[in-house]
Design a protein around this ligand. Structure first.
Ligand code: PLP
Length: 383
Protein backbone atom coordinates (compact mmCIF):
# COMPACT_ATOMS: atom_id res chain seq x y z
CA UNK A 1 0.00 0.00 0.00
CA UNK A 2 1.10 3.49 -0.78
CA UNK A 3 1.55 6.42 1.54
CA UNK A 4 0.71 9.79 0.18
CA UNK A 5 0.71 13.51 0.81
CA UNK A 6 -0.64 16.52 -1.07
CA UNK A 7 1.39 18.96 -3.14
CA UNK A 8 0.09 22.22 -4.60
CA UNK A 9 0.08 21.99 -8.40
CA UNK A 10 1.28 25.60 -8.68
CA UNK A 11 3.41 26.69 -5.67
CA UNK A 12 4.45 23.20 -4.42
CA UNK A 13 3.29 23.83 -0.84
CA UNK A 14 2.66 20.44 0.76
CA UNK A 15 -0.04 19.18 3.10
CA UNK A 16 -0.53 15.87 4.93
CA UNK A 17 -2.59 13.15 3.25
CA UNK A 18 -4.38 12.20 6.46
CA UNK A 19 -6.38 15.40 7.02
CA UNK A 20 -9.30 16.92 5.13
CA UNK A 21 -8.07 19.29 2.44
CA UNK A 22 -9.41 21.67 -0.15
CA UNK A 23 -7.29 23.88 -2.42
CA UNK A 24 -3.81 25.16 -1.53
CA UNK A 25 -4.17 27.58 1.42
CA UNK A 26 -1.39 29.86 0.13
CA UNK A 27 -2.25 30.24 -3.59
CA UNK A 28 -5.73 28.76 -4.06
CA UNK A 29 -4.68 26.30 -6.79
CA UNK A 30 -5.56 22.58 -6.70
CA UNK A 31 -3.55 20.03 -4.74
CA UNK A 32 -2.28 16.84 -6.41
CA UNK A 33 -1.61 13.58 -4.58
CA UNK A 34 2.04 12.41 -4.39
CA UNK A 35 2.83 8.82 -3.41
CA UNK A 36 5.67 7.01 -1.73
CA UNK A 37 6.06 3.29 -1.11
CA UNK A 38 7.85 1.64 1.80
CA UNK A 39 11.64 1.29 1.25
CA UNK A 40 11.44 3.51 -1.86
CA UNK A 41 9.96 0.55 -3.72
CA UNK A 42 8.03 1.05 -6.97
CA UNK A 43 4.50 -0.37 -7.26
CA UNK A 44 4.30 -3.50 -9.41
CA UNK A 45 2.25 -3.93 -12.54
CA UNK A 46 0.75 -7.24 -11.41
CA UNK A 47 -1.49 -8.85 -8.84
CA UNK A 48 -4.57 -6.89 -9.91
CA UNK A 49 -7.39 -8.74 -8.18
CA UNK A 50 -10.68 -6.90 -8.48
CA UNK A 51 -12.77 -6.23 -11.57
CA UNK A 52 -13.34 -2.57 -10.85
CA UNK A 53 -11.02 0.46 -10.69
CA UNK A 54 -9.70 -0.66 -7.30
CA UNK A 55 -7.73 -3.38 -9.12
CA UNK A 56 -5.12 -0.59 -9.13
CA UNK A 57 -5.43 0.06 -5.37
CA UNK A 58 -1.62 -0.17 -5.00
CA UNK A 59 -1.42 3.22 -6.74
CA UNK A 60 -4.58 4.78 -5.32
CA UNK A 61 -5.25 6.54 -2.00
CA UNK A 62 -6.36 3.49 -0.05
CA UNK A 63 -4.91 2.79 3.39
CA UNK A 64 -3.75 -0.66 4.48
CA UNK A 65 -6.70 -2.76 5.63
CA UNK A 66 -9.25 -0.26 4.33
CA UNK A 67 -12.17 -1.21 2.02
CA UNK A 68 -13.12 1.30 -0.66
CA UNK A 69 -16.63 2.69 -1.09
CA UNK A 70 -17.24 0.93 -4.39
CA UNK A 71 -20.17 0.22 -6.71
CA UNK A 72 -18.24 -1.58 -9.45
CA UNK A 73 -16.88 1.55 -11.17
CA UNK A 74 -14.31 1.24 -13.94
CA UNK A 75 -13.29 -1.71 -16.12
CA UNK A 76 -15.29 -0.15 -18.93
CA UNK A 77 -14.89 -1.62 -22.43
CA UNK A 78 -12.86 -0.30 -25.33
CA UNK A 79 -14.26 -1.10 -28.77
CA UNK A 80 -12.18 -0.82 -31.92
CA UNK A 81 -13.95 0.90 -34.82
CA UNK A 82 -12.18 -0.15 -38.05
CA UNK A 83 -14.93 1.05 -40.39
CA UNK A 84 -14.92 4.48 -38.77
CA UNK A 85 -11.11 4.65 -38.98
CA UNK A 86 -11.29 3.83 -42.71
CA UNK A 87 -13.99 6.43 -43.28
CA UNK A 88 -11.95 9.11 -41.48
CA UNK A 89 -8.68 8.07 -43.11
CA UNK A 90 -6.69 7.22 -39.96
CA UNK A 91 -4.89 4.02 -38.96
CA UNK A 92 -6.99 3.00 -35.96
CA UNK A 93 -9.89 4.31 -33.87
CA UNK A 94 -11.29 3.11 -30.57
CA UNK A 95 -14.01 4.29 -28.19
CA UNK A 96 -13.89 3.78 -24.43
CA UNK A 97 -17.42 3.71 -23.07
CA UNK A 98 -17.55 5.44 -19.70
CA UNK A 99 -21.35 5.52 -19.89
CA UNK A 100 -21.33 1.97 -18.47
CA UNK A 101 -20.21 3.13 -15.03
CA UNK A 102 -22.58 3.31 -12.02
CA UNK A 103 -24.92 6.30 -12.60
CA UNK A 104 -23.82 6.31 -16.25
CA UNK A 105 -20.66 8.43 -16.32
CA UNK A 106 -16.96 8.35 -15.41
CA UNK A 107 -17.82 10.67 -12.47
CA UNK A 108 -18.33 7.41 -10.54
CA UNK A 109 -14.56 6.80 -10.51
CA UNK A 110 -13.77 10.14 -8.91
CA UNK A 111 -16.52 9.90 -6.33
CA UNK A 112 -15.55 6.36 -5.34
CA UNK A 113 -12.05 7.60 -4.44
CA UNK A 114 -13.19 10.88 -2.86
CA UNK A 115 -15.98 9.35 -0.76
CA UNK A 116 -13.61 6.60 0.42
CA UNK A 117 -11.16 9.22 1.76
CA UNK A 118 -13.85 11.52 3.17
CA UNK A 119 -15.51 8.66 5.04
CA UNK A 120 -12.16 7.67 6.56
CA UNK A 121 -11.65 11.27 7.71
CA UNK A 122 -15.06 11.45 9.41
CA UNK A 123 -17.11 13.59 7.00
CA UNK A 124 -20.83 13.45 7.82
CA UNK A 125 -22.30 15.60 5.06
CA UNK A 126 -21.40 16.25 1.42
CA UNK A 127 -22.30 19.11 -0.90
CA UNK A 128 -21.47 19.45 -4.61
CA UNK A 129 -22.24 21.80 -7.49
CA UNK A 130 -22.70 19.90 -10.74
CA UNK A 131 -23.61 20.05 -14.40
CA UNK A 132 -25.47 16.82 -13.56
CA UNK A 133 -23.43 13.64 -13.57
CA UNK A 134 -21.16 14.50 -10.63
CA UNK A 135 -24.32 15.02 -8.54
CA UNK A 136 -25.75 11.66 -9.57
CA UNK A 137 -22.45 9.92 -8.79
CA UNK A 138 -22.08 11.61 -5.38
CA UNK A 139 -25.71 10.72 -4.55
CA UNK A 140 -24.87 7.06 -5.22
CA UNK A 141 -21.55 6.93 -3.34
CA UNK A 142 -22.93 9.00 -0.46
CA UNK A 143 -25.77 6.48 -0.16
CA UNK A 144 -23.28 3.59 -0.26
CA UNK A 145 -21.26 5.22 2.54
CA UNK A 146 -24.30 6.28 4.58
CA UNK A 147 -23.38 9.97 4.30
CA UNK A 148 -25.95 12.70 3.48
CA UNK A 149 -25.61 14.49 0.12
CA UNK A 150 -26.82 17.90 -1.07
CA UNK A 151 -26.56 18.75 -4.77
CA UNK A 152 -26.77 22.17 -6.44
CA UNK A 153 -27.51 21.77 -10.18
CA UNK A 154 -28.66 24.06 -13.00
CA UNK A 155 -32.43 23.83 -13.55
CA UNK A 156 -31.57 23.10 -17.21
CA UNK A 157 -29.81 19.82 -16.34
CA UNK A 158 -31.27 16.88 -18.33
CA UNK A 159 -34.25 15.55 -16.35
CA UNK A 160 -33.14 11.87 -16.25
CA UNK A 161 -29.99 12.97 -14.40
CA UNK A 162 -32.00 15.08 -11.93
CA UNK A 163 -34.33 12.10 -11.40
CA UNK A 164 -31.34 9.87 -10.62
CA UNK A 165 -30.04 12.34 -8.02
CA UNK A 166 -33.44 12.36 -6.28
CA UNK A 167 -33.89 8.59 -6.62
CA UNK A 168 -30.66 8.01 -4.70
CA UNK A 169 -31.91 10.06 -1.77
CA UNK A 170 -29.87 13.25 -2.17
CA UNK A 171 -31.29 16.71 -1.47
CA UNK A 172 -31.45 18.45 -4.85
CA UNK A 173 -31.47 22.26 -5.15
CA UNK A 174 -32.09 23.66 -8.64
CA UNK A 175 -30.18 26.81 -9.57
CA UNK A 176 -30.83 29.40 -12.28
CA UNK A 177 -27.69 29.59 -14.42
CA UNK A 178 -24.69 27.29 -14.93
CA UNK A 179 -22.35 25.17 -12.79
CA UNK A 180 -20.40 28.30 -11.74
CA UNK A 181 -23.60 29.74 -10.24
CA UNK A 182 -24.30 26.40 -8.55
CA UNK A 183 -20.75 26.54 -7.15
CA UNK A 184 -21.39 29.85 -5.41
CA UNK A 185 -24.56 28.51 -3.77
CA UNK A 186 -22.84 25.30 -2.84
CA UNK A 187 -19.82 26.96 -1.20
CA UNK A 188 -22.07 29.29 0.78
CA UNK A 189 -24.07 26.31 2.00
CA UNK A 190 -20.93 24.36 2.90
CA UNK A 191 -19.59 27.29 4.94
CA UNK A 192 -22.89 27.73 6.74
CA UNK A 193 -23.57 24.06 7.54
CA UNK A 194 -20.09 22.58 7.84
CA UNK A 195 -20.65 20.22 4.91
CA UNK A 196 -17.66 18.92 2.94
CA UNK A 197 -17.36 20.50 -0.52
CA UNK A 198 -16.81 17.87 -3.23
CA UNK A 199 -16.37 20.41 -6.08
CA UNK A 200 -14.09 19.48 -8.96
CA UNK A 201 -10.45 20.05 -7.92
CA UNK A 202 -11.41 21.68 -4.61
CA UNK A 203 -11.12 18.11 -3.35
CA UNK A 204 -7.85 16.30 -4.14
CA UNK A 205 -8.96 12.67 -4.51
CA UNK A 206 -11.59 12.73 -7.28
CA UNK A 207 -8.75 13.12 -9.76
CA UNK A 208 -7.08 9.97 -8.39
CA UNK A 209 -10.19 7.97 -9.22
CA UNK A 210 -10.34 9.49 -12.68
CA UNK A 211 -6.71 8.70 -13.40
CA UNK A 212 -7.69 5.02 -13.42
CA UNK A 213 -9.08 5.63 -16.93
CA UNK A 214 -5.48 6.11 -18.01
CA UNK A 215 -4.14 2.96 -16.33
CA UNK A 216 -7.06 0.96 -17.61
CA UNK A 217 -6.71 1.99 -21.25
CA UNK A 218 -3.00 1.14 -21.10
CA UNK A 219 -3.75 -2.32 -19.69
CA UNK A 220 -6.52 -2.86 -22.26
CA UNK A 221 -4.18 -1.92 -25.12
CA UNK A 222 -1.47 -4.34 -23.88
CA UNK A 223 0.53 -1.59 -22.08
CA UNK A 224 0.85 0.40 -25.27
CA UNK A 225 -0.57 3.86 -25.89
CA UNK A 226 -2.77 5.38 -28.55
CA UNK A 227 -1.13 8.27 -30.41
CA UNK A 228 -4.00 10.67 -29.59
CA UNK A 229 -6.70 10.80 -26.90
CA UNK A 230 -9.73 12.97 -27.57
CA UNK A 231 -11.45 13.93 -24.37
CA UNK A 232 -14.69 15.94 -24.06
CA UNK A 233 -13.61 18.52 -21.52
CA UNK A 234 -15.62 20.42 -18.93
CA UNK A 235 -13.79 20.75 -15.61
CA UNK A 236 -10.92 18.78 -17.08
CA UNK A 237 -10.37 16.28 -14.29
CA UNK A 238 -10.43 13.29 -16.62
CA UNK A 239 -7.76 14.76 -18.84
CA UNK A 240 -5.64 16.01 -15.95
CA UNK A 241 -5.93 12.68 -14.14
CA UNK A 242 -4.90 10.67 -17.20
CA UNK A 243 -1.93 12.92 -17.95
CA UNK A 244 -0.84 12.65 -14.30
CA UNK A 245 -0.96 8.87 -14.33
CA UNK A 246 0.82 8.53 -17.69
CA UNK A 247 3.78 10.29 -16.08
CA UNK A 248 3.45 8.14 -12.96
CA UNK A 249 3.30 4.91 -14.98
CA UNK A 250 6.42 5.89 -16.85
CA UNK A 251 8.19 6.49 -13.52
CA UNK A 252 7.02 3.18 -12.10
CA UNK A 253 8.23 1.31 -15.19
CA UNK A 254 4.70 0.27 -16.17
CA UNK A 255 5.23 1.47 -19.76
CA UNK A 256 8.06 0.66 -22.19
CA UNK A 257 10.98 3.09 -21.61
CA UNK A 258 10.74 4.42 -25.17
CA UNK A 259 6.96 4.89 -24.96
CA UNK A 260 5.48 7.84 -26.80
CA UNK A 261 2.77 9.27 -24.55
CA UNK A 262 -0.47 10.25 -26.31
CA UNK A 263 -1.20 13.76 -27.49
CA UNK A 264 -4.07 14.95 -25.29
CA UNK A 265 -6.84 16.74 -27.20
CA UNK A 266 -9.57 18.86 -25.62
CA UNK A 267 -13.00 18.62 -27.28
CA UNK A 268 -15.47 21.40 -26.46
CA UNK A 269 -18.64 22.93 -27.90
CA UNK A 270 -18.71 26.25 -29.79
CA UNK A 271 -21.11 27.58 -27.11
CA UNK A 272 -18.67 26.97 -24.23
CA UNK A 273 -15.02 26.64 -25.24
CA UNK A 274 -12.87 28.44 -22.65
CA UNK A 275 -10.04 25.89 -22.89
CA UNK A 276 -9.92 25.94 -26.70
CA UNK A 277 -9.74 29.73 -26.65
CA UNK A 278 -7.02 29.81 -23.99
CA UNK A 279 -4.95 27.09 -25.71
CA UNK A 280 -4.92 28.84 -29.08
CA UNK A 281 -4.18 32.20 -27.43
CA UNK A 282 -1.06 30.65 -25.88
CA UNK A 283 -2.32 31.55 -22.41
CA UNK A 284 -1.40 29.75 -19.19
CA UNK A 285 -4.91 30.13 -17.78
CA UNK A 286 -8.45 30.54 -19.13
CA UNK A 287 -10.84 33.45 -18.81
CA UNK A 288 -14.45 32.54 -18.03
CA UNK A 289 -16.77 32.00 -21.03
CA UNK A 290 -19.74 34.39 -21.15
CA UNK A 291 -23.23 32.90 -21.47
CA UNK A 292 -22.12 29.26 -21.80
CA UNK A 293 -24.52 27.15 -23.78
CA UNK A 294 -24.46 23.61 -25.21
CA UNK A 295 -26.77 20.60 -25.11
CA UNK A 296 -23.71 18.49 -24.13
CA UNK A 297 -24.34 19.52 -20.53
CA UNK A 298 -21.16 17.94 -19.10
CA UNK A 299 -19.17 20.44 -21.17
CA UNK A 300 -20.99 23.52 -19.88
CA UNK A 301 -18.22 24.63 -17.51
CA UNK A 302 -17.36 28.28 -18.24
CA UNK A 303 -14.48 28.74 -15.78
CA UNK A 304 -12.75 25.49 -14.77
CA UNK A 305 -10.56 25.64 -11.65
CA UNK A 306 -8.19 23.19 -13.36
CA UNK A 307 -7.53 25.51 -16.33
CA UNK A 308 -3.77 25.74 -15.70
CA UNK A 309 -3.42 21.98 -15.33
CA UNK A 310 -5.42 21.33 -18.50
CA UNK A 311 -3.24 23.73 -20.50
CA UNK A 312 -0.10 22.23 -19.02
CA UNK A 313 -1.21 18.72 -20.10
CA UNK A 314 -1.96 19.95 -23.63
CA UNK A 315 1.45 21.65 -23.94
CA UNK A 316 3.47 18.83 -22.36
CA UNK A 317 1.79 16.22 -24.55
CA UNK A 318 2.00 18.22 -27.78
CA UNK A 319 -1.80 18.13 -27.84
CA UNK A 320 -4.49 20.27 -29.37
CA UNK A 321 -7.94 21.74 -28.67
CA UNK A 322 -10.97 22.22 -30.88
CA UNK A 323 -14.60 23.25 -30.54
CA UNK A 324 -17.50 22.14 -32.75
CA UNK A 325 -21.08 23.24 -33.40
CA UNK A 326 -24.24 21.87 -31.78
CA UNK A 327 -25.26 20.40 -35.16
CA UNK A 328 -21.89 18.65 -35.55
CA UNK A 329 -22.26 17.24 -32.01
CA UNK A 330 -25.76 15.92 -32.84
CA UNK A 331 -24.67 14.35 -36.12
CA UNK A 332 -21.62 12.66 -34.62
CA UNK A 333 -23.46 11.42 -31.52
CA UNK A 334 -25.60 9.42 -33.93
CA UNK A 335 -22.57 8.48 -36.06
CA UNK A 336 -20.62 7.24 -33.02
CA UNK A 337 -23.58 5.21 -31.77
CA UNK A 338 -24.29 3.60 -35.14
CA UNK A 339 -20.60 2.91 -35.83
CA UNK A 340 -20.06 1.23 -32.46
CA UNK A 341 -23.27 0.12 -30.77
CA UNK A 342 -22.27 2.32 -27.82
CA UNK A 343 -25.16 4.42 -26.46
CA UNK A 344 -23.22 7.60 -27.10
CA UNK A 345 -23.78 10.78 -25.10
CA UNK A 346 -23.50 14.19 -26.81
CA UNK A 347 -20.11 14.57 -25.08
CA UNK A 348 -18.91 11.44 -26.92
CA UNK A 349 -20.38 12.83 -30.15
CA UNK A 350 -18.39 15.99 -29.52
CA UNK A 351 -15.16 13.94 -29.35
CA UNK A 352 -15.90 12.32 -32.71
CA UNK A 353 -16.84 15.66 -34.31
CA UNK A 354 -13.54 17.12 -33.10
CA UNK A 355 -11.61 14.16 -34.51
CA UNK A 356 -13.34 14.64 -37.86
CA UNK A 357 -12.44 18.36 -37.89
CA UNK A 358 -8.79 17.76 -36.93
CA UNK A 359 -8.28 15.02 -39.55
CA UNK A 360 -9.74 17.32 -42.19
CA UNK A 361 -7.27 20.06 -41.26
CA UNK A 362 -4.31 17.68 -41.06
CA UNK A 363 -3.92 18.23 -37.32
CA UNK A 364 -4.39 14.48 -36.78
CA UNK A 365 -2.26 12.54 -39.30
CA UNK A 366 -3.20 9.50 -41.39
CA UNK A 367 -1.09 7.11 -39.27
CA UNK A 368 -2.86 8.18 -36.05
CA UNK A 369 -4.19 5.61 -33.55
CA UNK A 370 -6.93 7.56 -31.80
CA UNK A 371 -8.87 6.78 -28.64
CA UNK A 372 -12.16 8.64 -28.24
CA UNK A 373 -13.86 8.96 -24.88
CA UNK A 374 -17.59 8.54 -24.57
CA UNK A 375 -17.86 10.03 -21.08
CA UNK A 376 -21.58 9.51 -20.45
CA UNK A 377 -24.68 7.73 -21.68
CA UNK A 378 -27.18 8.71 -24.35
CA UNK A 379 -29.90 7.45 -22.02
CA UNK A 380 -29.30 10.45 -19.72
CA UNK A 381 -30.47 12.73 -22.55
CA UNK A 382 -33.68 10.98 -23.64
CA UNK A 383 -36.61 12.83 -22.08
C1 PLP B 1 -18.33 15.82 -16.27
C2 PLP B 1 -18.49 15.36 -17.66
C3 PLP B 1 -17.58 15.73 -18.65
C4 PLP B 1 -16.45 16.65 -18.39
O1 PLP B 1 -15.51 15.98 -17.63
P1 PLP B 1 -14.23 16.68 -17.00
O2 PLP B 1 -13.30 15.56 -16.73
O3 PLP B 1 -14.66 17.38 -15.78
O4 PLP B 1 -13.68 17.61 -18.03
C5 PLP B 1 -17.74 15.18 -19.90
N1 PLP B 1 -18.77 14.35 -20.19
C6 PLP B 1 -19.67 13.99 -19.27
C7 PLP B 1 -20.78 13.09 -19.66
C8 PLP B 1 -19.57 14.47 -17.97
O5 PLP B 1 -20.45 14.11 -17.05
Amino acid sequence: MAEWSLECSACRVTAPGDALASVCPSCGQPFLVRYAWPDNAQPRREGFERWDMWRYSAVLPLAAGESPVSLGEGCTPIAELPALARELGIARAWVKDEGLNPTASFKARGMSAAVTRARALGVTQFVVPTAGNAGAALAAYGAAAGIAVRVFAPASTPSPILATIRALGAELVLVDGHIGDAGKRSRAWAAEHGAFDMSTLREPYRIEGKKTMGIELAEQLGWTMPSHIIYPTGGGTGLIGMWKVFGEMREWGWLPPDVQLPKMIVAQADGCAPMVRAFHAGADHATPWENPSTHASGLRVPGPLGDRLILRALRESGGDAQAVSEDAIRADTLALATASGVDAAPEGGCALAVLRALVKEGRVPADARVLLFNTGSGASYRF
